[in-house]
Design a protein around this ligand. Structure first.
Ligand code: T4K
Length: 375
């Protein structure tokens, strides 16, 4: 096989969607005219409504980022003690627990979805457990019905980290309708974003009311501050970016789906490369294209493939290596002890995310596959 050529420019794992600059200037002019730059101005109010419609959420609040939104979710539910979560996630999930004085309890994941394994959850419940924080990793829906059943049986709250699951539906329902609260990250690396930002969705309107005051120092009105809040508001310029990008999301997802199709068809017969098949009844959003490398069958390890891609100017990412349970701040927790998380320990050594966004030229995906086959 001819050696695949390196790219002349770096190809990164993602590239942010950007609003048209003329449209953005019009939005900026309107903000400039109003003089309202932040503190729940008209752009933020409008985006909240439009996002709630788009995500099929009964109640939605916007925040300055997804991590602080997760922290506020813990506070809104007055959690204490231990929260069961997954070790195979971005640092923000367990850090949000830690910042809320909660102890993350790591639960192993499923081989097929890389999500928390409901069959392992019950074994970890103690008298101190108050909640479960599952993550829809790479936009794959968790086993929401099983998780709901466990939570109900044991009187636990459920906060979904839906950072990757913007626009996903499971069983015909929007992903944000499951659990007590769901968090969507609106960071620039996500398929839809507000540069930095986050959103919480709730079924209970009272939670939204409290969330809106918590993100603004706990202020209810000029004379009434109801609880110790913080500053976690989304400003008007970022909200304007969000309003403009909402019109581009469907096209972005279509573009990602097409690139995912190319990766799938060109990599499906490569020995030792595995990727997710789509499950029935799920509307996907294609946030990442993740491959699992089986060194014995493929011939080289995930780490070596990662380096080879780099030599070709392709910057894949080893999301989510290392496991959160390996971080120095968590590794001495009982749930992080060696041997407790066998599936997660195996998967984290094998997976990586290939470049994917809706504007990635199809030819790039084909060349990346040729590089993978060539090594
Ligand atoms: N829960 C989960 C499961 C999450 O994945 C995340 C965030 C959160 C919670 C927390 O939500 P936020 O508080 O962030 O809203 C990135 C993101 O910073 C992070 O938001 C995201 N997850 C995580 C999976 O990925 P890095 O360290 O990989 O980002 P970085 O800067 O290396 O960017 C990746 C690539 O994207 C770069 O190689 C180039 C490209 N890029 C990036 C940025 C920021 C651009 O082209 N332009 C840009 O502006 O963490």
């Amino acid at each position: 096989m001819a050696k695949a050529k390196a790219f002349s420019q770096p190809v990164y794992v993602t590239s942010p969607l950007l609003p048209d600059l003329d449209d953005m200037n019009k939005m900026l002019s309107s903000i400039w005219r109003s003089g309202q730059l932040t503190n729940n101005g008209s752009m933020a109010v409008r985006l909240e409504k439009e996002l709630a419609d788009f995500l099929g959420a009964n109640n939605l609040s916007l925040f300055s980022n997804g991590t602080v939104a997760l922290q506020l979710a813990c506070r809104l539910l007055r959690l204490s003690g231990e929260v069961i979560t997954t070790p195979f996630t971005f640092a923000a999930t367990c850090h949000a627990l830690s910042w809320s004085n909660l102890t993350p309890v790591f639960c192993d994941i499923e081989e097929d979805t890389f999500n928390i394994n409901p069959k392992e959850i019950e074994k970890l419940i103690t008298a101190n457990t108050t909640a479960i924080m599952p993550v829809h990793v790479f936009g794959n829906p968790c086993r929401v019905e099983e998780i709901h059943g466990i939570a109900k049986k044991h009187g636990l709250r459920v906060i979904y980290d839906a950072a990757h699951a913007f626009g996903v539906e499971a069983g015909g329902k929007p992903i944000g309708c499951f659990g007590d609260i769901s968090m969507f990250s609106l960071h620039a690396t996500k398929l839809y974003h507000t540069i930095e930002g986050g959103a919480l969705t709730f079924n209970d309107p009272y939670l939204k009311q409290r969330a809106d005051s918590l993100r603004n120092f706990g202020i209810l009105n000029e004379e009434l501050i109801i609880e110790p809040g913080t500053n976690a508001k989304l400003n008007e310029v970022q909200a304007a970016v969000g309003i403009l990008l909402l019109a581009q999301v469907d096209k972005e997802i279509e573009g990602r789906k097409a690139i995912t199709g190319i990766y799938r068809s060109l990599l499906k017969d490569v020995p030792g490369i595995r990727f997710f098949e789509e499950a029935e009844g799920v509307k996907y959003n294609y946030p990442y294209f993740v491959i699992e490398v089986n060194e014995n069958e493929f011939g080289i390890s995930r780490d070596m493939l990662y380096e080879r891609l780099k030599e070709h100017n392709v910057f894949a990412r080893k999301y989510f290596y290392p496991l959160c349970s390996r971080f120095p701040c968590y590794k001495s927790l009982p749930s992080a002890a060696p041997g407790r998380l066998p599936v997660a320990e195996k998967i984290v050594e094998r997976v990586m995310s290939l470049p994917l966004h809706g504007r990635l030229p199809q030819e790039y995906a084909e060349r990346i596959c040729a590089i993978i086959k060539g090594v």
